[in-house]
Design a protein around this ligand. Structure first.
Ligand SMILES: [Ca+2]
Length: 324
């Protein structure tokens, strides 16, 4: 007997390029990236959140730093809004200096040069969620300015402008006029002369689109599905970052039956050529999928050496469940 159909969409974004990869840490295969130095930490937390169930807790003491970033792949010229929500659990300034958090951008220009830009730091906000707006400066310290410089993947190699308080100064720089913003992040980076803090971060907002920081979307998804035929897929998106021809890697997706009846699951890949020709799913069908026994599906992306297309490619994996 056939039942209702439920589709779960996954999006995949990839920037195929022949250029050298930036040294962006991508230890987490989901689209949320954590970067820390020294003893600083970045971790998922359910202590408090601005949206959903989770936020990201950044903890750092001078001179270490902790950050969380999301890929955006948006031209710098198109950026009109940059903000995030934060809530300190501990904010201990030293020498009167704020301890962030900062808003940071990783950029690449048309000659494949990388830049790091940022505005810091937001005021202490212990116990209250506040929105720090890096464009108009709301909730940022009075002394806060935009800065930017060449970036080697770990450090600034030049400080091209310090004190560029207006975001438009950065956008008007000839080196960055046609640059892409690869990542938008929030960085807790106490000043070198001291200070420490611990801050929850959520809802990084770019051009009015708020990106809820969650380790997966499956909890919210399953809660909205009232039919007894229901599945969820985790993670809800795969970001392959910048890759090159010859790339060969498998991301594992977990498909769960969150309904009340056994289902069979079929899959379909749609979108740009890279994904429709180079991405395979193993297995491509699951039958049966029963409640309490999630199935693993390998999303295997193998890019042939002859693949020379460049730029952003996107695709969607559709999982379709049919009640048995
Ligand atoms: Ca959240």
């Amino acid at each position: 007997m056939k039942g209702k159909l439920v589709s779960v969409l996954l999006t995949l974004a990839v920037a195929v390029s022949l250029m050298v990869m930036p040294a962006v840490t991508s230890a987490n295969p989901s689209s949320v990236q954590f970067v820390t130095t020294g003893n600083a930490t970045a971790e998922w937390s359910t202590d408090t959140s601005h949206s959903g169930y989770y936020s990201v807790l950044l903890t750092a003491a001078s001179p270490d730093s902790a950050s969380v970033g999301i890929p955006v792949n948006t031209p710098l010229a198109n950026i009109t809004g940059l903000s995030f929500w934060y809530n300190h659990s501990v904010c201990t300034p030293a020498a009167g200096h704020v301890v962030g958090p900062d808003l940071v951008l990783i950029l690449v220009n048309t000659t494949s040069q990388y830049y790091l830009a940022g505005r810091g730091g937001a005021d202490c906000s212990v116990g209250t969620w506040q929105e720090a707006d890096a464009i108009n400066g709301t909730k940022f310290a009075e002394s806060s300015v935009w800065w930017y410089g060449s970036f080697d993947g770990a450090n600034l190699t030049t400080y091209q402008h310090v004190g560029a308080g207006n975001f438009s100064v950065l956008k008007a720089d000839g080196n960055l006029t046609d640059a892409m913003v690869l990542y938008v992040g929030v960085n807790l980076d106490p000043p070198g002369d001291g200070g420490s803090g611990s801050v929850y971060v959520d809802d990084i907002t770019v051009n009015g689109v708020s990106y809820n920081l969650e380790p997966s979307a499956t909890v919210g998804l399953s809660a909205k599905i009232e039919e007894i035929t229901a599945i969820s897929v985790n993670p809800p998106s795969i970001d392959y970052d910048t890759i090159s021809p010859g790339y060969d890697y498998t991301h594992t997706l977990t498909v769960s039956n969150v309904g009340s009846v056994p289902v069979s699951v079929t899959t379909e890949i749609t979108g740009d050529t890279l994904f429709t020709t180079c991405l395979t799913l193993e297995p491509a069908t699951i039958n049966p999928l029963v409640h309490g026994s999630p199935a693993s599906v390998g999303a295997h992306l193998k890019v042939p050496l002859s693949y020379h297309a460049q730029g952003l490619e996107t695709g969607t994996i559709i999982f379709e469940a049919t009640a048995l």
